[in-house]
Design a protein around this ligand. Sequence first.
Ligand code: TRP
Length: 440
Amino acid sequence: MGFMLAAAGSAVGLGNIWKFPYMAGEMGGSAFVLTYLICMFVIGLPILVAEWLIGRRGQKNPIHTMEDVAKAEGRSKNWRWVGIIGVLGSFLILSFYSVIGGWATDYIVIAAKGSFVGMNGNGTSQLFENFLGSVSHLFIWHTVFMFATAFIVALGVGAGLERSCKIMMPGLGLLLIGLVVYAALVSGPAFEQAFKFLFTPNWSAITGKAVLAALGHAFFSLSLGMGIMMAYGSYLGKDVNLISTARTVVILDVIVAILSGMAIFPLVFANGLQPGEGAGLIFVTLPIAFGNMAGGTILGVLFFIFLTFAALTSSISLLEPTVELLEEKTRLSRVSATVVSSVVIWALGIACLLSFNEWKQVTLFGKNIFDLLDYLTSKLMLPLTGLGTIVFAGWMMNQQLIREELHLGPALFALWKFLCRIVIPIAVVAIMIYGFMPQK
Ligand code: TRP
């Protein structure tokens, strides 16, 4: 149970509520959503199982786990690179994750002031734009969020936070359901339009870019490829059924994302906003609902509190690998290791935060700092390390032992091997090539 909470706490976060809808909006809706769903179950789920499997054998941080398990299987030590890239990636992700976590936290205060009352789409867009323009604001809340993350990791009180999430997570789920129902009741035809936008297959609209984005997002959303789930695997008892646990986590994660999309897109269409609005999408849509419903101020405050908690349970999982590594490789204590890594991540976060205003024009390869960090991690590092993990599990590890560990019958075992050895590696490589090809 504790493990489930930690794993689900890491998986469910800003990725589901903030990132999924805005990416779906930017990538044209259903083509992205349906590919994402396929990626979650066909690629994400087996990799999640593989990470736990490897983590449970290794019992260490991702780098040493990969090294030890590779050695035990008689393979090259170089497999540790999967772990190394993983730790580096979690570090990079946290730098922008903390900035967005800061937005969510600040929106608690903004909601509490009653700022949304009576607002339409123009109002909330303006509000958000002013918000983005205020560097000092963004700076303060990024700092607050990063400090909270560091505080929890330094004191090792993640378990306490997860316990409070037993209340927060269901609360978030209920509120999201409430928002979907509200959208269905008040937005009339826009609700149907949103449904069509998200789910009616439109394969002709599919692009390499959208498929790669969907794959990357499946990894992001399940916290895969950064050794985090691997590290969690080391806490797993021998008797835990990996496949059913993974299935539960994937389903939960998908449900939260879909609910979030169904709450947001009716508002987009009913208020004449753009689906491709970008990273601010939830911050300009949901406030319209909170501003116009009975009890909206309280519900808005609650929503952003729940969102902040969901973000914190993910951000601590992002900080943990770097801290553990420093603790092990240097003489730093846990507290000092946390301080050192947080300060570096925080500083990088500032660069990322400035890319929403002062440094908007500062670009590399045509991308600003935020986009670049997101691109580098979600589209490159996560798929690569995921690929490494699954090739390792499928080709380098003793399959008979895995079969016993996963309690697989003959048919499922054949499926497992087919997926890990052939389908997933080919799919990931093909999607990456397709995604990086010049687009029409
Ligand atoms: N999965 C989290 C979310 O959806 C983010 C996250 C936490 C993450 N740990 C991760 C993403 C590791 C990639 C790798 O918000």
